[in-house]
Design a protein around this ligand. Structure first.
Ligand code: KIV
Length: 266
């Protein structure tokens, strides 16, 4: 298999093929999800919550994102790699945004960047994609705006907000985004947005009518602590498996049954 490209991802919508994206933050996990066959690996700024143990994504830096994207690039052969632009990497000026976006391409092996999208960042999307860096938009719940939004709340519930989100998705497409993450909005609104634009919508908490789906890998495999958001489906319980394995190790070391003959050198 060859590396998944941006034009191929865009073609998937035309063919009616679902786009599958998961997050990863290190080479080992990237290798596993790549072998499993995902289309896109997102090096999300969820790094802040998932890896760094922070309450939100706001403290994640460009240097940290570049470092983790490098690790993921090393592990993934086939999946397209999209790097999240962290808080304050694109908000101050378009010029700085372009410069920071270019670091992901030049230094870390990403094939595109993602940025949380409002009306204020449409020019930023345009300028980044203009120099040849594909941009994924991100609308609906935008975790970098957690303080402004007053928490992680479902967006687009009232008529005006829903209309604004529809218009924003279209404007992101017109600005040159190649795909758009839609986070935590009502299913029907996500379906309408998906029907109204030509670029793939990748949903998280946005229902099944989106052109693709994304989940944070730690949530998907059951490594994240409970409670998890309603939209997460836990496909495994790796947290329990790891805890039980560690308990078994503790117990065998304490009893002197590990290491056994088979684990010892003559
Ligand atoms: O940072 C992240 O992991 C994300 C996904 C949840 C879409 O933005």
């Amino acid at each position: 298999m060859n590396k998944m490209t941006v034009p191929e991802i865009m073609e998937m919508k035309k063919r009616g093929d679902k786009v599958v994206m998961v997050t990863a933050y290190d080479a080992g996990t990237a290798r596993i999800v790549d072998d499993a066959g995902v289309d896109i690996i997102l090096v999300g700024d969820s790094l802040g919550n998932v890896i760094q143990g922070m309450p939100n994504t706001l403290s994640v830096t460009v240097d940290e994102m570049v470092y983790h994207t490098k690790l993921v690039s090393r592990g993934a052969q086939n999946a397209h790699i999209c790097a999240d632009m962290p808080f304050m990497s694109y908000q101050l000026s378009t010029q700085e945004a372009v410069k920071n976006a270019s670091r992901f391409i030049k230094e870390s092996g990403a094939g595109s960047v993602k940025l949380e999208t409002t009306e204020d960042f449409l020019d930023t999307i345009y300028e980044i994609q203009k120099i040849g860096i594909p941009v994924m938009g991100h609308i609906g719940l935008r975790p970098q705006d957690v303080h402004k939004m007053g928490g992680y709340k479902i967006q687009g519930r009232d008529k005006d907000d829903a209309q604004k989100l529809k218009e924003l998705a279209k404007k992101a497409e017109d600005a040159g985004a190649y795909a758009i993450v839609i986070e935590s909005i009502p299913r029907r609104l996500a379906a309408e947005i998906t029907d109204s634009i030509r670029i793939p919508t990748i949903g998280i908490g946005a229902g099944p009518e989106c052109d693709g789906q994304v989940l944070v890998i730690n949530d998907l495999v059951g490594l994240s602590p409970e409670p998890m958001p309603k939209f997460v489906k836990k496909y495994a319980n790796v947290r329990e498996t790891m805890e039980n394995a560690t308990k078994d190790f503790i117990s065998e070391v304490r009893q002197g049954t590990f290491p056994a003959e088979a684990h010892s050198y003559d």
